[in-house]
Design a protein around this ligand. Structure first.
Ligand code: ADP
Ligand code: ZN
Ligand code: MG
Length: 493
C-alpha cells in the first residue's frame, strides 16, 4: 500500500493510534420508521413516499413497532443494556435530501447503552471493545449528481430512502489498530445478519461506517484530536483509510503542527483521505425532544416477547458445533459464519449416521464445486438430502472416497438424486476377503519400513497401507473390510 512519505519504524512506534467507529444500519422492516411507506431499496424515484416522510406540514409520525423490535434484538446481541424508557429527539440541520429540515433521532436518552464486543488480541486471547450506545433514527433521501461538464451538471433528489429505519451503533474509542477495526466490523455484520435485523448490504448502503481516528504519544494522558473518515463503502477500504489516516496524523504531529478536528473523505483509487472542508465544522444541531412522538417504553413483557426470537449467536454457535459434531475450529467457523449455512449443515447432520462425514463432504466436495460453478448453497444441484445419502454410503463402507468423487460429479452435473446415481452406477466393489488380503500382503512386502514403524507403535501408518491397497484396487476395495483386514494383517506381521 502506498501511503504518505515513509515514516521510520522508530517514529511510528512512538505513537498510539486510537479508533472509534460509528455504524449506521438500515433495518429490514416492511415499512418505514414513522409512516406506512414500503421500506425497499431502489424503485422509481420518489414513489415510496407520503406526507409523513416528505415532511409535509401537519403530517404526524407513528413509530414502527417492528423497527423497535429489531433495534432491541440488535442491542441484546451486542450486550447493550436496554433502557425501558427512551426518547426521540430532533436533530436540526438543512440539507436538500431531508425535506423536514430535521432528522428524528435519539440523543441523551437512547434505546440502549454500555455494550461490548470481544476482538482477538493477536496473542490467542481477546480484547473487549466497549459499545457506547445504540440509538434509533431515520435515514435521509439521496442526492444524485449527474453530468460531467460543470455547465451541464444537475442534482436530482430521490426521497424513497427518506424515513428508512436505522440504528446507529457507536463504539468507545477502544480500538487500537486498523485490523482490530476490521474485525470489529466483520463481527458486527455477522451478528446483525444472524439476528436478521438487516441485510447489511454495503453496496446498497444498508450498512455504513464512519471511522474516528486519532494518534497520541504512547503513555500520554489524553487522546489526540480526532478526524472522522466518512463515506467508505467496504470494510477493506475502511481498514486502508484508517491506515492512511494514522500515518497522515503522525506526520502532522511530527512536523510540529496540530491535527485538525474535521470530517474527511476516503478516495479508494488513490488510497488517501481528503479534508471535506465542509459546513460541518462547528455544527450545532439544536437537539430537542421530538414533540410529535411520545417516549418509547419497552416494558418487561414486550422485551421478553422480543428476545424470544434472539437466535444463538455466531460465537456460541461455533463453540457448540465443535463440541456437538467433532468439527475443527476452522470448519465450525466456515459453517457458523453464515446462519443459513450452519442451519443447512445442522439439519443434514442430524439425519446422518456421521455428522463429521457430512461436514467433510460439504466442505470437501460440495463447496468447491459450487464456487467453481458460481452457485449459492440454495442453488446446489446436490441437495442436502443427497449429501446425507452419500455420507451414509461412505459410512457404511459401500463407497470408497474415490468412488464417491465420481458419483458426486455425476449427481452435481445432472442435478440428480445421489441415491439414484448410486443405484444406477453401482460402482464395482471388491468384497472378497481373499482378494483384498492378497493385495495387502503385496503392499506389506513392498513397504518394510512402514511395517517397522507400525510395530514400533506408530499405529497411524495403517492409513498409509489402506491408501496403498485402495490405489492398487483402483478404488474398488470395500473400505470397511479393507480397514479391518489391514489392521489384522499389520498386527500379525
Ligand atoms: P463527537 O462529539 O465529535 O461526535 P463523540 O465523543 O460522540 O464525538 O464520539 C464519536 C465517535 O468518535 C465515537 O465512536 C468515539 O469512540 C470516537 N472518538 C471519540 N474521541 C476519539 C479520539 N480522540 N480518537 C478516536 N476516536 C474517538
Ligand atoms: Zn412515507
Ligand atoms: Mg457524538
Amino acid at each position: 500500500m502506498s501511503l504518505t512519505a515513509a515514516l521510520s519504524p522508530d517514529v511510528l512506534a512512538k505513537y498510539q493510534p486510537v479508533i472509534g467507529l460509528e455504524v449506521h444500519v438500515q433495518l429490514l422492516t416492511q415499512t418505514k420508521a414513522f409512516c406506512g411507506c414500503i421500506n425497499r431499496y431502489g424503485g422509481e424515484p420518489n414513489t415510496h413516499v407520503c406526507p409523513v416522510c416528505l415532511g409535509l406540514p401537519g403530517a404526524l409520525p407513528v413509530l414502527n413497532r417492528q423497527a423497535v423490535e429489531f433495534a432491541v434484538l440488535a442491542s441484546k446481541a451486542l450486550n447493550l443494556t436496554i433502557n425501558e424508557e427512551s426518547i426521540f429527539a430532533r436533530k436540526n440541520y438543512f440539507y436538500p435530501d431531508s425535506p423536514k429540515g430535521y432528522q428524528i433521532s435519539q440523543f441523551d436518552r437512547p434505546l440502549a447503552e454500555n455494550g461490548w464486543m470481544d476482538v482477538s488480541d493477536g496473542k490467542g486471547g481477546t480484547r473487549r471493545i466497549g459499545i457506547t450506545r445504540l440509538h434509533m433514527e431515520e435515514d435521509a433521501g439521496k442526492s444524485i449528481h449527474d453530468g460531467f461538464a460543470d455547465s451541464a451538471r444537475s442534482t436530482y433528489i430521490d426521497l424513497n430512502r427518506c424515513g428508512t429505519p436505522l440504528v446507529e451503533i457507536v463504539s468507545e474509542p477502544d480500538l487500537r489498530t486498523p485490523e482490530e477495526a476490521y474485525e470489529y466490523l466483520t463481527k458486527l455484520k455477522e451478528i446483525l445478519l444472524y439476528t436478521g435485523v438487516s441485510d447489511c448490504n454495503m453496496e446498497e448502503g444498508s450498512l455504513r461506517c464512519d471511522a474516528n481516528v486519532s494518534v497520541m504519544l504512547k503513555g500520554a494522558a489524553e487522546y489526540g484530536t480526532k478526524a472522522e473518515v466518512k463515506n467508505v463503502n467496504s470494510f477493506r477500504f475502511i481498514r486502508e483509510a484508517i491506515h492512511f489516516e494514522i500515518e497522515r496524523q503522525i506526520e502532522v504531529v511530527e512536523s510540529g503542527a496540530r491535527v485538525v478536528q474535521e470530517s474527511r473523505l476516503y478516495n479508494s483509487a488513490e488510497g488517501r483521505t481528503y479534508s471535506m472542508r465542509s459546513k460541518e465544522a462547528a455544527h450545532d444541531y439544536r437537539y430537542f425532544p421530538e414533540p410529535d412522538l411520545p417516549a418509547l417504553f419497552v416494558d418487561n413483557a414486550w422485551m421478553t416477547k422480543i428476545l424470544a426470537d434472539l437466535p444463538e449467536l455466531p460465537e456460541a454457535r461455533r463453540a457448540r458445533m465443535i463440541a456437538d459434531y467433532d468439527l475443527t475450529a476452522q470448519d465450525a467457523a466456515t459453517f457458523a459464519n453464515t446462519r443459513s449455512f450452519a442451519d443447512a449443515f445442522e439439519a443434514a447432520a442430524k439425519t446422518a449416521k456421521s455428522p463429521k462425514r457430512v461436514a467433510n463432504l460439504i466442505l470437501g466436495e460440495l463447496v468447491g464445486r459450487l464456487n467453481a460453478a458460481g452457485l449459492e448453497l440454495s442453488q446446489s444441484p446436490v441437495s442436502m438430502q443427497g449429501i446425507v445419502q452419500a455420507a451414509d454410503l461412505v459410512e457404511d463402507g459401500k463407497l470408497s472416497s474415490k468412488q464417491l468423487k465420481g458419483l458426486f460429479d455425476i449427481a452435481f452435473e445432472k442435478s440428480e438424486d445421489f441415491a439414484a446415481v448410486y443405484e444406477r452406477e453401482k460402482p464395482q466393489q471388491i468384497s472378497d476377503t481373499g482378494a483384498i488380503e492378497a493385495m495387502i500382503d503385496e503392499v506389506i512386502a513392498a513397504n518394510p519400513k512402514q511395517v517397522e514403524q507400525f510395530k514400533g507403535g506408530k499405529t497411524t501408518v495403517s492409513a498409509f497401507f489402506v491408501g496403498q491397497v485402495m490405489r492398487l484396487s483402483k478404488g474398488q476395495a470395500n473400505p470397511a473390510l479393507l480397514n479391518e483386514l489391514v489392521m489384522k494383517k499389520l498386527n500379525a506381521a
